[in-house]
Design a protein around this ligand. Structure first.
Ligand SMILES: [Zn+2]
Length: 665
């Protein structure tokens, strides 16, 4: 069997013949003339010359392939121009088949692979030892130069010094060593590439290539060509038998995230256009969202509209976000989680996260010191990673302190900015948030507002959501019967629209940028004014703010987009008005002020006072009304109906004056 040295020489001469061929000549001449600063060898060109050469290079990149390539290029340059080239100026690209990050293993070590994923962590550039010369700290003599195989752990000479014969400490001498600029980052596979039950695997990457230094940012969607390498996993100075795979990155291609970049065949486009002709299509989409989930039509519709989203709008010098944020508050183990999972499954670039976050980055991003290197690193959280898509966040009320600060900007301006330790970093987070929260007391207290059920949630954050729903699990015989029936048939209950097709349709719809029709705009305006007027009648509850108008507009445009309409008309407005009415009456309890101030007023207060009164006495309705001094008859009647309707108070008998007496059951 030939040695690596022989193999390298063979490959070098094969590559030399490629660089001397008309197919490969341009690399050498362009570099020699200064037209290009790096040689990025396209392996497709090498393959078209001789596939054996390209395959040999791919399979043996680490052991001798990259060395042979460097030797061949140096040889060709020397024999011609005398211009020299460094290893950091030589990279590889090409269209070979892609490997999945979670499948990279022992068989890939030493090969060149192409992977796809999201950059979720970046470190600054730092020079790294490639070959190091050391100094004995006792006799000051220099050691021999030691090749540094492991990029992270400095390989030192034997502890015993040859010169002074003592056990010594070795210190590297930078001036006598070879250092190269490097940058570390982490690529995490995207949710599209993994089974839904799996957690995306992040993989450690390092690059020494000049053109890749400071090239990638957190949140970038990249295709990277890398050499698979491995190092022993060390645990506090002892090496273990386990190895950690890392990638030495040779080339990176940033993928466009905007929906226009996705390609659809004319046949697919035709199918989409046929789909929307079905008058029941909208309903079918809603039923396809989570086919096994019974009821919750409003929440399903809101989530669907958030998945579609609306186009971003640029007005003078401000950009109005097009992404729609939805919050669902309710008892644990309700439909919320099912809806979140469905949203991730159907959204292009959909991602799932828990509020407290599984990584140091949390929901937004973090700047923190790496344990090993002590360098500052930026890690991206789900709102950055899902840039251009949907982040489904469960238990959002448990988010970290840092996120509470950063999430406002992320949701409204759709960026995450970090100012810390002299760094200023701004990352893109053009993400729609579909979030679920559990009430602080475990169960949702119906006699408290949504806001009171989440006392620790930042009040100002409520106003960043376009729609908020409470998702309750109320015992009710009729509903229970229906749910049970539903579960029984859900075995054969299928999604009315094939979910893969629906996912494609949603991706396709993003290129539609609907505008409001004149009638649509008029209708929306009238609704907004009417609701606002309703609120001004009560002194306490004035600001139904323009934030809500933006929300209405976004939802209306999303409705139009979901049907591939370029104009949002009154039918879209009607649909959104219905959802908004539910939001206002049911969730907010007719009090939008709370969105802005977090203060509770009116309806909820009356209800609470009434309940308190009944804890103390049984009484007639008239007594109650006198006792609580309620002069708003409408609010009193509404609250009264609620107490009776939900059996909070029952009729206990008759008083002397022939009036019904009520009390707590
Ligand atoms: Zn010594």
């Amino acid at each position: 069997m030939p040695s690596f040295d022989q193999e390298r020489e063979n490959l070098k001469s094969q590559l030399t013949s490629f660089f001397n061929d008309p197919k490969g000549q341009h690399y050498i001449s362009d570099f020699a003339s200064g037209k290009i600063k790096e040689i990025i060898l396209d392996l497709d060109e090498v393959a078209s010359f001789d596939t054996d050469i390209s395959n040999n290079l791919i399979k043996n990149a680490l052991s001798y392939g990259m060395a042979a390539l460097e030797n061949a290029i140096t040889f060709c340059l020397n024999s011609g121009s005398g211009v020299s080239i460094g290893n950091s100026q030589i990279s590889i690209t090409g269209t070979f088949s892609q490997s999945l990050i979670h499948k990279i293993g022992a068989d890939d070590i030493g090969h060149i692979v192409k992977i796809h994923g999201l950059v979720n962590k970046t470190a600054p550039i730092h020079p790294m030892y490639i070959q190091a010369v050391f100094k004995c700290m006792l006799c000051q003599e220099e050691s021999q130069s030691i090749v540094q195989e492991n990029p992270w752990i400095l390989t030192k000479p034997f502890p015993k010094c040859d010169h002074c014969n003592e056990r010594t400490q070795w210190e590297p001498i930078p001036q006598l060593s070879i250092l190269k600029d490097s940058q570390e980052f982490t690529i995490q596979e995207s949710y599209d590439d993994i089974p839904s039950s799996k957690i995306p695997r992040p993989i450690r990457c390092i690059t020494f290539k000049n053109h890749l230094l400071n090239f990638v940012n957190c949140g970038d969607d990249v295709e990277a060509i890398c050499m698979v390498n491995t190092m022993s996993a060390s645990q506090k100075f002892t090496k273990t038998k386990f190895n950690i795979i890392y990638l030495e990155v040779l080339a990176v291609n940033k993928r466009r995230k905007d929906p226009e970049a996705m390609v659809f065949t004319p046949e697919e486009e035709l199918v989409f256009k046929e789909l929307v002709k079905d008058p029941d299509f909208y309903m079918k989409m809603m039923n396809s969202l989570a086919p096994s989930l019974y009821g919750h039509e409003n929440e399903k519709e809101a989530v669907l509209l958030a998945i579609f989203g609306s186009p971003e709008e640029v007005r003078e010098d401000i950009v109005i976000r097009g992404n729609i944020h939805i919050l669902m508050v309710g008892d644990p183990a309700t439909a919320k989680s099912q809806l979140l999972r469905a949203a991730v499954e159907l959204s292009p670039r959909g991602m799932y996260a828990m509020g407290r976050g599984a990584t140091a980055a949390g929901l937004t991003a973090a700047l923190h010191k790496d344990n090993e290197t002590g360098e500052w690193e930026i890690s991206a959280g789900v709102l950055v990673l899902a840039d251009g898509g949907v982040a489904a966040i469960d238990e959002i009320e448990k988010m970290r302190e840092e996120d509470r600060v950063l999430i406002h900007e992320a949701m409204e301006q759709q960026t995450v900015s970090i100012d810390k330790a002299g760094y200023h970093v701004q990352l893109k987070a053009r993400t729609a948030v579909i979030a679920a929260a559990n009430p602080s007391l475990g169960r949702y207290d119906q006699y408290k507002s949504v806001f009171e059920n989440l006392p620790k949630f930042p009040p100002s954050l409520f106003s960043r959501f376009d729609l908020i729903f409470k998702v309750l699990d109320i015992p009710n015989e009729q509903a229970d019967r229906e749910v049970v029936d539903h579960i029984i048939d859900s075995a054969e209950r299928k999604s009315p629209i094939d979910r893969k097709l629906l996912k494609k349709f949603i991706a396709y719809s993003k290129r539609i940028k609907p505008k409001l029709s004149n009638e649509g705009a008029e209708s929306l305006k009238n609704y907004f004014i009417a609701v606002r007027k309703g609120y001004t009648s009560d002194q306490k509850t004035f600001p139904f703010s323009y934030r809500q108008f933006e929300a209405l507009r976004r939802l209306t445009l999303a409705r139009a987009r979901s049907l591939l309409k370029t104009e949002a008309d009154t039918s879209d407005v009607e649909c959104v008005k219905r959802l908004f009415d539910v939001f206002l009456k049911d969730t907010v309890g007719g009090d939008v002020t709370q969105l802005e101030t977090g203060e509770s007023t009116s309806q909820m207060d009356i209800l609470k006072i009434m309940m308190q009164a009944f804890k103390e006495h049984d009484m007639t309705k008239k007594d109650l009304k006198n006792m609580i001094h309620c002069d708003d008859n409408e609010k009193f009647e509404k609250s009264w109906a609620k107490l009776l309707g939900e059996n909070y108070v029952i009729m206990k008998g008759m008083a002397l004056n022939n009036q019904e007496v009520y009390g707590i059951p």
